[in-house]
Ligand binder design. Structure first.
Ligand code: ARG
Length: 464
């Protein structure tokens, strides 16, 4: 067998084989093998450019490209495992190519370093990751809208401080989640602008004296921009930090949705029931049906925040330009994106399996003075200053509490003792089911506006 050093891209000046412990520790293959297809795509563009710029003979360039296309089919096949002795994916692909087309393969790494190459590979991966996460976000939004469409008139309490605040419709809260996810998706669009910058051509750090054509490579790979400083090109991982950050914020948003649904599925709230297909049981308490999926989703935010924090900490204080510390980026990024995609996928499925316990909801509405604000607004419409109206209704709430009643149960004469402006109409104001219909401000939970919002989202997300 050939000595280990001959398998390295940099063996020339070394006379000893690498210590096996060092070799194992420094190898990135187990992680970066996921970049294989991107590595090949980058190499195909690079090989074409080398031929076009006459840096290598046109015939060699063609042989590189055909060879790389064959290699691409090999590494794209599901069962592909790289030769574990290669130091990293770039070396593994180089060796595969040499086995496929012979010594001409050795012309491929002209005017290129693994420093600009790994940044390119990672950017190609990020581009795909953004698209996939965005698709997964849309599937969750569609599931939310599907669920919402059956509940534009289902009145529930809306909460602040986890205390019942005012009546809303259930669909309105689900649409709040759709909005949150739309921002998560927008954030990815903005990161994409900075992912889509071609680093290749920066070489190890100082460019090259060979007559390469970076604009041509950028065009072949669909990059609208080229990194304009070779030092920055190999040292920049802002796009990784930003993508991790977008994933962390998305994770936090998912955890908030999960928490709401966990609360809603308790007997105490009684708003949701879970199908058996998405619930789990207790090994000890036979009666239990638990929302473990949601708890995992809630907890997952801790991991994606951790991956962001870990990578920010790796980056902090790194001198220009490339340092091997940067190798840790892939592990953190892959984990974060995998978790994000899995979490979104499971949440979309989960939403197809929740049922709203409409029979239970009146219990939540009846036991509370949810419409106190409506009553104050009603007085405002009769010319009372809001702060005075607030005090008047507050007095009524205190009165009803002293009598152990709900606001709705006060008699007309009791209302009129506090303000003569109350008439028979006042009692209707206190009905939560009517309250939502009186809402008129844009973005409020009026069932008519909520139905319009659903139609708007459907057009935007291209659903039925
Ligand atoms: N495995 C390395 C990484 O992930 C590839 C670049 C190696 N470059 C180097 N000069 N050792 O960053």
């Amino acid at each position: 067998m050939a000595p280990a050093r001959s398998r390295k891209l940099w063996g020339g000046r070394f006379s000893q084989a690498t210590d096996p412990v060092v070799e194992r520790y420094t190898s990135s293959l187990a992680v970066d093998q996921r970049l294989a297809v991107y590595d090949v795509d980058g190499s195909i563009a690079h090989a074409k450019m080398l031929g076009r710029c006459r840096i290598i003979p046109a015939a060699d360039s063609r042989r590189l490209v055909t060879g790389l296309q064959r290699v691409r089919r090999v590494v794209a096949a599901p069962g592909w495992r790289p030769d574990h002795r290669a130091e990293d994916v770039h070396t593994a692909i180089q060796q595969l190519l040499e086995r496929t087309i012979g010594p001409v393969a050795r012309t491929l790494h002209t005017a290129r370093s693994r420093n600009d190459q790994v940044s390119l590979d990672l950017r190609l991966y990020c581009r795909d990751a953004v698209a996939r996460v965005q698709q997964a976000i849309v599937r969750v939004q569609q599931a939310l809208i599907q669920l919402a469409s059956g509940h534009t008139r289902t009145v529930i309490p809306g909460y602040t401080h986890l205390q019942r605040g005012q009546p809303i419709v259930l669909a309105h809260q689900l649409l709040a989640y759709v909005e949150m996810l739309a921002r998560d998706s927008e954030r990815l669009v903005s990161v994409e602008r900075r992912i889509n910058v071609l680093p290749l051509g920066a070489g190890a750090l100082a460019g090259t004296s060979l007559p390469i054509d970076r604009a041509y490579v950028a065009k072949l790979l669909g990059f609208p921009r080229i990194a304009l400083n070779s030092l920055d090109a190999v040292a920049d991982r802002d796009f990784v930090m930003e993508l991790l950050s977008a994933a962390a914020i998305l994770g936090v948003n998912l955890s908030r949705m999960a928490e709401d649904l966990i609360l809603w599925s308790t007997e105490e709230f009684g708003i949701l029931a879970l199908d058996d297909a998405v619930a789990t049981g207790s090994s000890l308490m036979p009666q239990k049906k638990n929302p473990d999926v949601l708890e995992l989703l809630r907890g997952q935010a801790g991991l994606v925040i951790g991956q962001l924090t870990a990578f920010l900490t790796v980056m902090k204080g790194l001198p220009l330009t490339y340092n091997r510390d940067l190798q840790w980026d892939k592990r953190l990024l892959f984990e974060s994106i995998d978790l994000t995609r899995d979490g979104l996928d499971v949440f979309a499925r989960f939403l197809g399996h929740v049922r709203v316990r409409t029979d239970q909801l009146n219990r939540l509405l009846e036991t509370d003075s949810l419409c106190a604000t409506d009553l104050a607004d009603h007085l405002v419409q009769r010319g009372v200053a809001f702060s005075d109206a607030h005090r008047i209704v507050g007095t009524l709430v205190a009165l009803s509490e002293r009598q152990g009643k709900r606001l709705q149960e006060l008699q007309m004469n009791e209302l009129q003792q506090v303000s003569t402006l109350f008439d028979a109409h006042a009692r209707e104001i206190l009905d939560p089911n009517r309250s939502v219909w009186r809402k008129r401000s844009v973005g409020s939970p009026n069932p008519r506006l909520v139905a319009q919002a659903i139609a708007r989202w459907r057009r935007r997300l291209n659903t039925r």
